[in-house]
Design a protein around this ligand. Sequence first.
Ligand code: IPM
Ligand code: MN
Length: 353
Amino acid sequence: MKLNIALLAGDGIGPEVIDQAVKVVDAVSKKFGHEVSWTSALTGAAAIDAHGEPYPDSTHEVCMAADAVLFGAIGHPKYDNDPKATVRPEQGLLKMRQKLGLFANVRPTFTFPSLIDNSPLKRERIEGTDLIILRELTGGIYFGERGRKDDGNTAFDTCTYTRAEIQRLAKLGFELAMSRSKKLCCVDKANVLESSRLWRETVQDMEKDFPEVEVSYEFVDAVAMRLVQWPSSYDVLITENLFGDILTDEASVISGSMGLMPSASKGVHTSLYEPIHGSYPQAAGKDIANPLATVLSAAMMFEDAFGLKAEADAIRDVVNKSLAEGIVTEDIAGKEGKAYKTSEVGNWLASNI
Ligand code: IPM
Ligand code: MN
C-alpha cells in the first residue's frame, strides 16, 4: 500500500520526537511491504518565523493532499509571557483543527504493566485502567465569540454548541463504546451551564439508537475526582472542548509519564495523529524527550487511517519490548536507571520491529 503522510514536526521537542516516529514508520512499512511518501510542512512558531503565520495555506494544502497527518507539538515560550502578541503558535493548531474539520479528539489512557509503579497514583488504584476520552475539538469556548468591552477591563469568552455538533461527536462515542465495553460517560456541567444541558439532552435522545450502551451522566468536577480515585471504572467518556482539554491532561499522567500517551483527531478531512504532550521547550534540542507518545500515535495512524492493524500491533509490541528491556528516556528511567537518548530509543525501536 502507498502511504502518503504529511509530517508536521512543529516546535520544541516536536522535530526530535517526530524523527523517531519516522524511523519506526519506515521500518514497519519496509517489513510489511508498504511505500511511504513523506511531505513535510511548517506549523507553529517555526511557521511564524518563516511565513508570518502559524498554519499557512501551503501547510493546509499539504495536509489536505495527504492520507494522514503526523504531528509533533507546537508552542514557544517567547509567546507565552507576551499577552499582547497578536500571532501565537497555538492559533496554528486551532486553525488547523478548524480547517481540517477535526471535531473528534481521541485521547486514550492506559497503563503499561512494566511502568505501573512510575505512576503518581498507587498501583491498586490504576491497575486495569484503559479508558478513552473523546473530546469535542472544533466548538465550545475555544471557538466562541470573545473580546474585551470598551472599558478594556472586562473580557469575555463564550461557549456555544449546536445539537448537530454534539450529535456527531456523541455518535462516535456511542460507536466506540459499542466496540469496547458498551459503557459511555457523558461529562458536563449541566447543573450550571445551558450548553451542558443541551449536551445532556442530545445524548439522552441518542440512547434509543444504541440500546446496548449503558450511559452515565456525570459532572466534570466529579469526573476530575474519580479519574484519580478510580480511573479503571471508566471506559469511554465524551465531553466538550475545554473540559476535555483539562481532563485529558489529568488522565495522561496516570500511565506514569506525560511522554507516553498518543492521540488521534478525526473529522471531515484528513485525520491527524499526535502525542498528547506539548512542545516541552526546556528539553528542545537536548535529545532527551520521550518519543513513545509520538511513536504510539503513528501506531494509531496505521490502525485508524490505513486500516493496518498488524502494523499498528507491531509498533505497540516493540514499544512494550523497549519498556520491558529498559530502553527508555530519562522521564521513565528515573534517577537510578540508565537513561537513553531520544534518538537511541528511536533507533532501537526501528531496528527491533
Ligand atoms: C491540547 C493543547 C491545545 C489545546 C493548546 C496548545 C491550544 O493544550 O492539544 O490539548 O488547548 O487544545
Ligand atoms: Mn491541552
